[in-house]
Design a protein around this ligand. Structure first.
Ligand SMILES: [Zn+2]
Length: 366
């Protein structure tokens, strides 16, 4: 299995879960069928853009980062952030990636001009406000071709515009969803043409949905958002059952890249979306080779438990459940390496050993 070298997040303003029907977005539905997904992820209150985009990239809610409304500005806010990172603001995934992977190529192309104020602008190689489809998609495609970015965030605004003008779930709204779906198809094609699709995890999500011609209130139509993940290491055709919150996005991306999350983040990586990425990460670390045998576990699930020990159990023969304390998700490389190494000699567990040679504990994915 190819290793993950790139993450592309496609953020569709206003494309809450109300925008998904079986037929109106063929590209997104194909990503779902071949990936992991939920239509029951949640945004934060209030269901407006700035608090939700901020929560998504900041790994925390408005109570922590202080972006409580669209009126928020870096120098104008109601409550200050609980923490300030090296970028001089509440740390986002952009700043955390730059700090821990200085050579990463980081890019963001956003249609809504307000998005750019929510992140550490100096952390990015490319940060551009490109207005009106298909221009943002065209620019993002250029960035994919020219930069092969480690992390690319693309923000589309058209669905939100259609919702405000014609109403959510109106024919015009669904037409806008179809248009964005086609542009997402163009982005995927560009990843393939650039030769990086097999090394790229694509994540599609939204800031909020809508009801009538607006959003901002506490209704399921406004707060439920999609999460669609597709790429190497992502489970296929799997509907994520665990609760997912928008502020889990930054920790999930950090986990993919093996980054240490700032202590002020409250989100958790959505590990249920992943298949054998843990083994793959070990391969990248050079310590473990996975055998692609038919008896390999089809799924590896990380489950939380209260005690400080890590336990293994098999589920229906093809699923390995590794349970441990919640913090261990971020130390998973080391933990799973030792777990698998240990399980080799522990025949009582009846586990298939994925090791062909002992791990080298000093190396980590970079
Ligand atoms: Zn919005």
């Amino acid at each position: 299995m190819a290793s993950v070298q790139h993450v592309v997040v496609i953020g569709c303003d206003g494309l809450g879960s109300v925008g998904f029907t079986p037929s109106n977005a063929p590209v997104l539905h194909k990503l779902m069928r071949e990936g992991a997904w939920t239509l029951h992820a949640r945004g934060v209150m209030p269901t407006v853009s700035s608090p939700n985009w901020a929560s998504m990239i900041m790994g925390a809610g408005p109570e922590q980062h202080g972006v409580t409304s669209n009126d928020w500005q870096p120098d104008k806010f109601e409550i200050p952030p609980v923490a300030v990172g090296s970028g001089g603001m509440f740390p986002t995934i952009f700043g955390v990636l730059r700090q821990q992977r200085p050579k990463a190529k980081i890019a963001c192309v956003h249609d809504w001009d307000g998005f750019g104020r929510l992140l550490e602008t100096t952390a990015l190689d490319v940060l551009e406000n490109v207005k009106g489809s298909p221009a943002p998609a065209r620019r993002a495609i250029e960035v994919i071709r020219q930069n092969k970015p480690t992390f690319l965030f693309v923000h589309f605004d058209d669905v939100d515009h259609a919702g405000h003008t014609y109403g959510w779930k109106s024919p015009e709204f669904f037409a806008a969803v179809e248009q964005i779906d086609a542009l997402i198809g163009d982005l995927l094609a560009a990843l393939s043409e650039a030769g990086i699709r097999n090394h790229t995890i694509v994540i599609m999500t939204a800031d909020h949905g809508g009801k009538g011609k607006g959003h901002g209130d506490a209704t399921m139509e406004e707060i439920e958002i999609p999460w669609v993940l597709n790429g190497p290491g992502i489970a296929t055709g799997h509907e994520i059952k665990a609760p997912v919150n928008t502020y889990d996005l930054a920790p999930t991306i950090a986990w993919i890249f093996g980054l240490r999350p700032p202590s002020c983040w409250i989100g958790k990586p959505v590990l249920e979306a992943f298949n054998a990425i843990v083994l793959d990460r070990q391969t990248r670390a050079g310590g473990i080779q996975c055998q692609d045998s038919p008896r390999k576990f089809k799924r590896i699930i990380m489950a939380e438990k209260a005690s400080n020990t890590i336990a293994l159990s098999r589920n229906r023969g093809d699923t390995l459940v590794i349970s441990g304390p919640s913090e261990f998700g971020f130390g998973l490389c080391a933990a799973v390496r030792s777990v698998f190494y240990w399980s080799c000699s522990c025949k009582a567990l009846g586990l298939l050993c994925p090791l062909t040679k002992p791990p080298s504990p000093s190396r980590r994915p970079n």
